[in-house]
Design a binder for this molecule. Structure first.
Ligand SMILES: O=C([O-])CC(=O)C(=O)O
Length: 157
């Protein structure tokens, strides 16, 4: 585990050595300051793969889900987010939408997402895991560190 540090303080220490995400995510979990090594999923309106990954031990990692920015359906709801809590994930960064935001807001998990939509996503398992994904001007590589708080998201190159 790394020491909790505010992203603004971390930026002051390390500056442009870190990538800073310009997209304005919402903080939808009860934990707003979270960090850890990156795991990734790339999927489009289908959440079976990310559900499968959150069912395995997270060991403090942050799952970065590139849903292509789609707000047409939710990639995570309270049940999937609870899997993340129960299996030791530090948090989720969803380039897409969630649902059940009232319950998700009570869970001890970092959850950054673009917004919410009550519509479910598909369950075919389409997508890729542990590949580099890019959005908001940053590239998230599996194994690199990410730091999140209310100010934003900093990512190791
Ligand atoms: O099953 C889904 O697609 C998402 C959901 O509602 C949950 O995680 O509770």
């Amino acid at each position: 585990m790394t020491e909790p540090i505010a992203t603004a303080d971390l930026y002051d220490e390390r500056g442009e050595e870190l990538q800073s995400v310009s997209l304005q995510f919402q903080d939808l979990g009860a934990k707003t300051m979270f960090s850890g090594p990156i795991r990734t999923v790339s999927c489009f309106r289908d959440n079976a793969l990310l559900k499968q990954i959150l069912s395995t031990a997270g060991e403090g990692a942050v799952l970065v889900v590139d849903g292509g920015g789609s707000l047409e359906s939710a990639l995570v709801g309270d049940l999937i987010a609870t899997l993340g809590v129960d299996n030791g994930w530090a948090g989720l960064i969803i380039h897409g939408a969630i649902r059940d935001r009232v319950v998700v807001g009570t869970l001890p998990l970092g959850v950054k997402a673009l917004g919410s939509n009550p519509r479910k996503s598909g369950k075919t398992g389409a997508g890729e895991a542990d590949v580099p994904v890019s959005f908001g001007g940053a590239t998230f590589r599996p194994g690199a560190m990410v730091w999140c708080d209310e100010d934003g998201i900093l990512v190791e190159e």
